[in-house]
Design a protein. Structure first.
Length: 425
């Protein structure tokens, strides 16, 4: 299977796209006759990759999005036509195509993609939060307190949400020591929460020396006290994490395409794969057999025996070649993995079944798409027989000049949806 490493090409775009989900990014100016812009050079490179992997949905969608961002309607429509032939399986995300939103030809394509991917699945409202200005990303379930934990990139904290929507900050203000909080995982045995936080332009009160740093932090859930904190510097971006059966913590590092491990009672993080092994890795899950499942731009990857000196890394084969790249969050539910795919389209929630050797995805089922509340859902948490997730992280975005856009009229905060998964395992 052809895999082209694109860390110097795609990864900066993925990081920019992630930032633009939280910051109101202005559209680029219309293309001129001057020297090609970085976006135009990127489009040329994406075109070369698409020639080698013509059914790579992530490449086709990204190219259409970049072309729309520079208001190159001709190119954007051409890429969308190629994407339609391959099959996206979702609606186009209007936030990705604001640069050509008024073009009748674009609106025709919007209708065609919508007709080909009608809403699917049923989710109920678990809560509408009573807190704002969070810019949430990660989620975790605290079964002991019956609370959904939501990470806040803006507030540099974790918020515990009750079913009635009430919020409380988990970490007391004097504790601090967190950056923009992204991925999280509860260790129920120790009643602690592990969080990955990374410096970001949308976090409050940036301090000198924080830029380019990231932290893996252990919090006591009863008090919010910081129990341990492990610092990485040099432009790293710790993103999502998983706890293995032996107590090891594994964290995806999106900027350099690596995965880090913190051994039980370990003093420092250690990379388990070389740089650029993966392309913008994000979601990560610990499988029952001890292997890791990691999502990146190209697809899903198995890291076999991750505690070994040189773990083997393999891209999983998917049913009928379906594109299973661009997953943000992954959560294991019994013998299935529930994932949020948000890089392409308006987002879909998938149920994934791996074969006995974890070498292939034997079944992939879309559980939910086209929900009216979707605004770039990112991650979710297994809470008994339900998958809980924030439907609309983008209902507020950070402004480049500081501050956050207001909530829509009548809203008190983010909407958390509950998706039944009782029949999946």
């Amino acid at each position: 299977m052809l895999i082209v490493r694109l860390s110097c090409l795609i990864l900066p775009l993925l990081l920019l796209a992630a930032a633009c989900t939280r910051i109101s990014c202005a559209q680029a100016p219309a293309p001129s006759t001057a020297e090609p812009s970085p976006q135009q050079r990127l489009l040329a490179q994406l075109s070369a990759l698409a020639d080698k992997e013509p059914r790579h949905v992530g490449v086709l969608y990204t190219a259409a999005k970049v072309a729309a961002g520079i208001r190159d309607q001709v190119q954007a429509l051409a890429w969308l036509d190629r994407l339609e032939q391959v099959g996206l399986g979702d609606e186009l995300d209007p936030d990705d195509f604001a640069g050509i939103a008024e073009a009748p030809a674009y609106r025709e394509r919007v209708e065609r993609f919508s007709r080909a991917a009608r809403p699917l699945g049923v989710a109920s409202l678990w809560a509408e939060t009573r807190c704002r200005d969070l810019l949430p990303e990660g989620t975790a379930w605290d079964a002991r307190r019956n609370e959904l934990l939501i990470s806040s990139g803006r507030q540099r904290n974790v918020f515990a949400i009750k079913p009635d929507g009430t919020c409380r900050a988990v970490v007391p203000a004097p504790e601090g020591k967190l950056l923009a909080v992204l991925g999280m995982a509860v260790d129920a045995a120790s009643d602690t929460l592990w969080v990955a936080s990374s410096a970001a332009p949308f976090m409050r009160d940036p301090q000198p020396g924080e830029a380019g740093t990231a932290r893996l932090t252990q919090l006591d859930l009863a008090s919010g006290r910081v129990l341990a904190s492990h610092l990485l510097s040099g432009g790293v971006l710790l993103n999502d994490l998983a706890i293995a059966a032996d107590g090891s913590i594994y964290v995806s590092e999106s900027r350099a395409g690596r995965v880090y491990r913190l051994r039980p009672q370990g003093a420092e993080l250690e990379a388990i794969v070389p740089p650029n092994t993966l392309e913008g890795p994000n979601g990560i899950a610990a499988l029952a057999n001890g292997d890791l499942l990691v999502a990146d731009f190209h697809g899903l990857w198995r890291i076999a025996s991750p505690s070994a000196p040189q773990p083997a890394v393999h891209r999983l084969v998917t049913p009928n070649g379906v594109y299973l790249g661009g997953f943000d969050g992954l959560a294991r539910a019994g013998d299935r993995v529930i994932g949020v795919q948000n890089l392409v389209g308006r987002a879909r929630i998938w149920s994934l079944t791996l074969d006995a050797d974890a070498a292939a995805v034997s079944a992939a089922q879309v559980l939910l798409r086209g929900h009216a509340d979707f605004r770039n859902p990112t991650t979710g948490a297994i809470a008994g027989d339900r998958f809980l997730f924030v439907a609309d992280p983008n209902v507020q975005t950070a402004l480049p000049t500081g501050g956050v856009t207001p909530l829509p009229d009548g809203r008190t905060g983010h909407r958390i949806l509950a998706l039944p998964i009782r029949n999946l395992y």
